[in-house]
Design a protein. Structure first.
Length: 69
């Protein structure tokens, strides 16, 4: 099964940690994105950046053990 890669301007499908890959100017790094946000462009390589989900996770306030806290 192919792993999904996302581009700037697409909607983040689920909250979690994403591997962020740039077009040559920076090593890959990880970032946390929340469901419903748009994947952002890079200020250096613009739309030449890709995002790949490596660990899905819900924000703590969305987890049933902590709702209403």
């Amino acid at each position: 099964m192919a792993e999904s890669r996302y581009q700037p301007g697409q909607v983040v499908p689920c909250s979690g940690v994403y591997r962020i890959s740039h077009k040559g100017h920076r090593d890959d790094h990880d970032g946390i994105l929340l469901q419903g946000q748009l994947f952002p462009p890079c200020i250096v390589c613009g739309s030449q950046v890709e995002f790949q989900l490596i660990q899905a996770s819900n924000p703590i306030e969305k987890q049933t053990d902590f709702e209403g806290e």
